[in-house]
Design a protein around this ligand. Structure first.
Ligand code: HEC
Ligand code: HEC
Ligand code: HEC
Length: 463
């Protein structure tokens, strides 16, 4: 009985589907598919993501009707909150988006959950069978990730182009004359109120661009409230500062000179008043900047210099470029663990970070466990003023990490083993065995690169 009834229904459905398919061909704007080579790959994935993932990974999404059923309601609300904290796809996969340049971190995250088959959560698919991701859909995701990732690294010499981590370029295009001026200004103490402190005072080239202190020390011995990140490879960050309050290096360079607990100058006029008296420097500056000393020009020159602070040729980069002997078996195993414990979901790309803001208390309350307030903990919320951004920090880059201790925004962590342990608990949400912890640390030590042909200067963190 059932079969007899369902046959005509099925046939009607097939006819209807065919009808809409044919009609659809006339209405789909053809220009769209010609825009980008991987547009087709993206739209296949985007349709699936909108259908099966957006409920828990975007804001302002209407929850399904069964979300109001008691019992299910609690599960869904928790999943919705935790899912959104782990990854927000509102912008990259919103209905209007045709082919977003999807963030490299998003690509790495999608790849990880696809390979490990963890999404959607099992307890969700148990009640919502149709939300399962099929083998074909998984294949589509991986195919798209590979193509989209390749777009970011088209000029790379990597022989392993589908790794989430990719080699640093040897150098970026810069104006050598401006970079040279920027270098002078970066090292110029006249940028500070009492002529005692230059940018290099806290971003020391003999300390891998940091100060190796918990909190930075400004003029008159004033101690800050947050750890100083390295300036090496900062150019690859999608924004500057732990909370991203500067859009780029030039904007960033306008911060410290006027920060009362850093360089404490009053305004550009005060600084320029001093620089103007330096005839030789002023002559060189006017040659490059026709309108002479201005705040914008100074920031531009410093940023140009910082673009030269790239540290290629680490042993790991050599391995990525095909030198299989560049790293040991243990170090390679460490990299594989780094990927398996989903470290590379956030520490991604050429600088292993700097692409997203993430919650320091993603999987567990780091701040409660650490005990009490300490320094500047609000993170991204200080910029957006949104409660939902509390404790979100820009993912730090891990290049030269053995030289840039102590670790974390609060500078509380003294060793790499401890940093990896903490990451496992609070960011990855996975127990890292002591053996794996050592392997990951061994891998992290392969990330020390060269500056202008020589190993980057600095003191390696003790074991
Ligand atoms: C019912 C809600 C729900 C749905 C539907 C859902 N997720 Fe998630 N997602 C979560 C939760 C909860 C987490 C955080 C816990 C975790 O990582 O396992 C998460 C985490 C993630 C992460 C971050 C993991 C990482 O390694 O950084 C990714 C990526 C992800 N989901 C992808 C997807 C994809 C792709 C889909 C659709 C195929 C999907 N999710 C559907 C709830 C959901
Ligand atoms: C008193 C020490 C001190 C001085 C002087 C100083 N910085 Fe910093 N720098 C810091 C600290 C601390 C941070 C992190 C602040 C934050 O994120 O809120 C930082 C952040 C940065 C960053 C962002 C890096 C990243 O990964 O987000 C750059 C770039 C930078 N400084 C460049 C400069 C330049 C250029 C100057 C001179 C104009 C300078 N700094 C002067 C301590 C200092
Ligand atoms: C969900 C994103 C995410 C994951 C997963 C993650 N990290 Fe991090 N990592 C961060 C953020 C954000 C910080 C900075 C947090 C802070 O200082 O408050 C950080 C900081 C670090 C630091 C200190 C860097 C510095 O200069 O202070 C190291 C080392 C590190 N992570 C390694 C790892 C390792 C190893 C793993 C895997 C076990 C991992 N991370 C997993 C986001 C992540």
């Amino acid at each position: 009985m059932k079969n007899i009834l369902s046959l005509p229904v099925a046939m009607a459905a097939v006819c209807l589907a065919f009808f809409f398919f044919v009609i659809g061909q006339f209405f789909v704007p053809q220009a769209r598919s010609a825009a980008q080579p991987d547009m087709k790959k993206f739209s296949k994935v985007a349709d699936m993501v909108r259908d099966k993932c957006m409920a828990c990974h975007s804001r302002g999404y209407d929850l399904p009707f069964y979300a109001s059923i008691p019992g299910i309601k609690q599960i869904i609300e928790t999943d919705y909150r935790d899912g959104l904290r782990a990854m927000d796809l509102s912008e990259e996969f919103g209905e209007q988006v045709i082919n977003a340049a999807v963030n490299e971190a998003t690509l790495a995250k999608m790849e990880w959950v696809t390979l490990n088959e963890t999404m959607p959560p099992a307890k969700f698919t148990a009640i919502h069978w149709s939300a399962r991701v099929s083998a074909k859909e998984r294949e589509n995701i991986l195919d798209w990730v590979k193509a989209a990732r390749a777009e970011y690294h088209r000029r790379s010499l990597s022989v392993r182009p589908n790794e989430p981590v990719q080699p640093l370029p040897d150098a970026l295009p810069v104006s050598a004359a401006r970079a040279d001026l920027g270098k002078k200004l970066f090292n110029d103490k006249r940028l500070s109120s009492d002529d005692t402190l230059s940018c290099a005072g806290c971003h020391d080239s003999s300390k891998a661009g940091t100060d190796n202190r918990r909190f930075a020390e400004g003029v008159r011995g004033q101690v800050g409230d947050i750890n100083a990140p390295t300036v090496y490879n900062a150019v690859f960050n999608f924004s500057q500062f732990w909370n991203g309050r500067a859009a780029d290096l030039a904007e960033q360079a306008g911060g410290p000179p006027f920060n009362p607990i850093e360089m404490a100058s009053v305004d550009w006029r005060q600084i320029i008043g001093k620089l103007q008296k330096d005839e030789e420097l002023t002559r060189a500056f006017i040659k490059e900047y026709a309108d002479g000393w201005t705040g914008d020009n100074i920031m531009n020159a410093i940023a140009e210099y910082e673009k030269t602070l790239v540290t290629p040729n680490s042993r790991f980069d050599k391995w990525l470029k095909g030198d299989n002997k560049a790293i040991s078996e243990e170090e390679l195993a460490g990299y594989q663990r780094f990927v398996a414990y989903r470290c590379s979901s956030c520490h991604v790309g050429v600088s292993l970070g700097g692409k997203t803001y993430e919650y320091m208390d993603l999987k567990k309350d780091y701040f409660a466990d650490r005990g009490g307030p300490l320094g500047s903990d609000a993170g991204r919320m200080d910029v957006t003023k949104k409660e939902e951004d509390l404790h979100k920090f820009k993912v730090p880059n891990l290049r030269n990490i053995e030289l840039t201790w102590p670790y974390l925004h609060d500078g509380t962590v003294q060793t790499l083993n401890e940093a990896v342990h903490i990451m496992g608990i609070y960011l990855s949400g996975m127990d890292i065995t002591p053996g794996d912890n050592d392997r990951i640390v061994a891998f992290l030590r392969t990330l020390t690169g060269e500056f202008q042909g020589k190993r980057l200067e600095g003191q390696a963190v003790p074991r």
